[in-house]
Design a binder for this molecule. Sequence first.
Ligand SMILES: N[C@H](CCC[C@H](N)C(=O)O)C(=O)O
Length: 276
Amino acid sequence: MLIEFTKMQGLGNDFIVIDAVNQAVELTPEQIRFLADRHFGVGCDQLLMVEKPVSNNADFKYRIFNADGGEVAQCGNGARCFARFVRDKKLSHKDQIIVDTDAGQLLLRFDGEESITVNMGVPRHAPEQIPLLMDAEALEYSVALGAEKIEFYAVSMGNPHAVIRVQDIDTASLETLGPQLESHKIFPQRVNVGFMQILSRKQINLRVYERGAAETLACGSGACAAVVAGIEQNLLDNIVRVNLPGGELTIEWLGRGHPVFMSGPAVSVYEGQIQL
Ligand SMILES: N[C@H](CCC[C@H](N)C(=O)O)C(=O)O
């Protein structure tokens, strides 16, 4: 099977994007792991499949696969790259695109040439992803990891996130705490782990150890989760600049019951073909 793809990135979070509207593509988890491999394959954090919509009011469906081959329901940086992809490929000329995902519908808007804004939906109450959320009022949870007691905020953006507040992201123990929390038994579907350093009520630094991909240069849904955590704990205002290792995102959230908006860039790097 010859597959045509576009390599894309959003703040260094990188993707293989495949048009599965105009080419018949079915990939096994093993094939996705091969494509994502940075030595033996193309290399990416996630692989995105662009498909025909499932809803009458949507323009497309898009599916997300982590580098470990697992399918997931949400990807913020991927949503922006998806929008750039369908415009560059002339699959849509609209300024606003509705896309079906396994986390519900997303609305994407082009803000001029550089930036794309995604309505990421309302933070979900998802006890199947995060059973702790059954205690809906708790703002913070804790878990013992070795001799340490780790406190975190938990939220689903359609995908599960645990947000740990740290004094300095450069000295945060992502390499140890990331994998330990990612696959901890309190997260039956595993979890993305964000490490948030609050600089002011309008700005944070963030690093994310992603489920199924390890640390990435940026995580859009992780940026949304971190801002929700900060606002819920009355530490942040409604519009926040999130500084990630790969660049900046602007996140806006008006509070419970409201959707989270994420704005940032999306870049096509090169076109490719690969024989599977
Ligand atoms: N690792 C995530 C999927 C990719 C999310 C991230 N790349 C983003 O930009 O939101 C998960 O397993 O839920």
